[in-house]
Design a protein around this ligand. Structure first.
Ligand SMILES: NC(=O)c1ccc[n+]([C@@H]2O[C@H](COP(=O)([O-])OP(=O)(O)OC[C@H]3O[C@@H](n4cnc5c(N)ncnc54)[C@H](O)[C@@H]3O)[C@@H](O)[C@H]2O)c1
Ligand SMILES: [Zn+2]
Length: 343
């Protein structure tokens, strides 16, 4: 499997005819976050499509029960045509994307898929790379597939319609990518005064390209190379599931923790740690209360990065130099307590 970056950058919503042509599908099903569908220019755009499904989104959507419910709603639209003549066009954040991607990959064993991300987090990260899925109990992304979308439209007017919390969350993944990539991408984050919407729109192609650079080496996630994209996610997932914290914010906290731990273990120099710290504080987060050891332990044992002999943890050697090292769950917990993330 070879994958190219299928991103298209545009200012306004793509009309139905353009979508049918680029996706080579006559039957388009719009699967849209209901909140997004109420934005006036989006509501106007939707009038051009016969099949529109308005979906209540958020982490609550990503369940097996919702999967059953939505499959039954969509299947009738697919009757009477070949699977490849239909495409699901997902408009929403990462939860709509993860859920819609899983639907598209499994209905009739796979129909067309296109993402139009409406959150910065989805635009920067989750719409790319093909990973989708639903949660099982409190464990994230336990059932899913790797299924690459045919196209991803990054629409300026849509991304700029978001509230500021969404920018703060998306910035968590953007900062993660800047640390992984290093080089000129990290330098732009050092130079900018504020990580605002205009800045992110400007660096969006480079952030996305950074993800594809990693994904290309392992498109179906068979070799473990994509694990470096999990920087900040081991602690992040535990914080996210406990506090109802936005994904990107949790990831940024997890990244901060790993940096501090990397410094303590002498993996990274003080000067590089300081340069990264200065960039991270440009995206201000509200403090949270520590999580319990039991919760952290249960998350660590379910985490997909966990194997019998330890957790695959992403540390940082330098800017642009993340690396994977196995650690014991006990050591992880002790360290998390030391910086006040767990109690
Ligand atoms: N598949 C991957 O590779 C990958 C990568 C990173 C994260 N994720 C997943 O992504 C999810 C988080 O995504 P998210 O942060 O986009 O969450 P989300 O989809 O829940 O969106 C956040 C909130 O913003 C609202 N919203 C969306 N677009 C809006 C707009 N334009 N204007 C106003 N409100 C809008 C949504 O209704 C929701 O309330 C998590 O489930 C995470 O696990 C997946
Ligand atoms: Zn993430």
């Amino acid at each position: 499997v070879k994958i190219l970056n299928p991103s298209v950058f545009i200012n306004q919503m793509p009309p139905a005819a353009q979508l049918q042509k680029t996706l080579k599908a006559k039957n388009l099903i719009i699967f849209i976050d209901e909140r997004v569908s109420e934005i006036p220019f989006v509501a106007q755009w939707l009038t051009g499509f016969p099949y529109v499904l308005r979906v209540s989104c958020g982490e609550n959507l990503k369940t097996l029960e919702e999967y059953t419910r939505w499959s039954k709603k969509i299947l009738p639209y697919l009757q009477g045509s070949l699977p490849q003549e239909s495409a699901l066009v997902v408009v929403g954040g990462g939860t709509a994307g993860d859920f819609g991607g899983f639907l598209a990959s499994t209905l009739k064993r796979g129909i067309g898929l296109c993402h139009i991300p409406s959150t910065w987090l989805a635009a920067i990260d989750s719409a790319h790379g093909g990973k989708n899925g639903v949660n099982v109990d409190q464990f994230k992304n336990q059932v899913g597939t790797v299924y690459h979308p045919q196209k991803i439209f990054l629409v300026k007017e849509l991304l700029f319609s978001q509230p500021s919390e969404n920018l703060t969350s998306g910035n968590g993944e953007a900062l993660k990518m800047a640390i992984i990539q290093g080089g000129s991408l990290f330098a732009s984050f050092e130079r900018t005064k504020n990580i605002d919407a205009n800045f992110i729109w400007k660096v969006l192609p480079a952030l996305i390209q950074g993800k594809y650079k990693v994904v290309k080496k392992d498109p179906l996630e068979k070799k473990g190379h994509r694990r470096i994209l999990n920087l900040g996610h081991t602690l992040g997932h535990a914080l996210e599931s406990k506090n109802g914290l936005a994904h990107g914010m949790a990831v940024q906290m997890g990244t901060q923790f790993i940096l501090d731990w990397s410094l303590e273990l002498k993996f990274i120099k003080k000067s590089s740690h300081e340069r990264i710290r200065k960039v991270l504080i440009k995206n201000t987060l509200k403090p949270i209360s520590p999580i319990s050891t039991e919760h952290l332990l249960s998350q660590l044992s379910q985490d997909k990065k966990h194997s019998l002999d330890g957790i695959h943890c992403v540390f940082v050697k330098n800017i642009g130099r993340p690396f994977i090292k196995k650690v014991k769950a006990d050591d992880f917990i002790t360290a998390a307590k030391r910086w006040g993330w767990a109690r």
